[in-house]
Design a binder for this molecule. Structure first.
Ligand code: ADP
Ligand code: MG
Length: 178
């Protein structure tokens, strides 16, 4: 079954003059369970593609035309509220820079538990249990201790794995790894 269908997606950046086209009408499909790699030189538009799929393009970037059908619904036409519900829950993005995802003033556990409880009806203890399972899933040593640490107490590689664990928290259908 097709999970994601991108049709003629064009992304532009507004400038003082003519908008600049970053993505020129790209189309591709991803089936359930399929892994798709996107290859291209730096500046080719890989990250912009991911941001567009998550409806996370920030100004001056905008979707100029095209469709992003996720589970049959066009993400480009959804309300902000509907997209927020989808994000993290049905589709998640692993950002290149872990500090984009991690909040420096909250412990790893607080961030994971908060994310889980924002989307699911879970007690604090239930959420903590799931967070622990996800940390184990990315082979984090001493996961219990990590839950009480702040991002700055961890190495870069460890932070990257935490970010992956956070993306996997809600068992999304689609994971975009930038
Ligand atoms: N803030 C911006 N303003 C104008 N153009 C931008 C901006 N961010 C990205 N772009 C354009 O989008 C293109 C694709 O960028 P990106 O998706 O980050 O490439 P990469 O394939 O390296 O991930 C860049 O080459 C640039 O032309
Ligand atoms: Mg990139």
């Amino acid at each position: 079954m097709t999970l994601l269908s991108v049709r003629d997606l064009t992304v532009k950046f507004a400038t003082r003059n003519e908008p600049v086209t970053a993505l020129h009408g790209i189309s591709f499909d991803i089936a359930q369970g399929e892994r798709v790699g996107v290859v291209g030189e730096s500046g080719a538009g890989k990250s912009i593609t991911g941001f567009a799929l998550m409806n996370l393009l920030s100004k001056p970037g905008f979707i100029d035309s095209g469709q992003i059908l996720f589970e049959g619904q066009d993400v480009t036409q959804m309300s902000d509220r509907a997209v927020r519900k989808l994000r993290g829950n049905r589709m998640a993005m692993i950002f290149q820079d872990p500090m984009v995802t991690l909040n420096p003033v909250l412990t790893i556990g607080q961030q994971m538990i908060e994310t889980l409880r924002a989307h699911r009806r879970l007690s604090y203890d239930e959420a903590r249990q799931i967070a622990l399972v996800k940390l184990k899933g990315v082979y984090i040593p001493s996961p219990e201790e990590r839950l009480d640490q702040y991002p700055h107490e961890l190495s870069g590689g460890m932070r990257q794995r935490i970010v992956i664990a956070i993306a996997l928290l809600l068992d999304p259908q689609l994971i975009i790894a930038d």
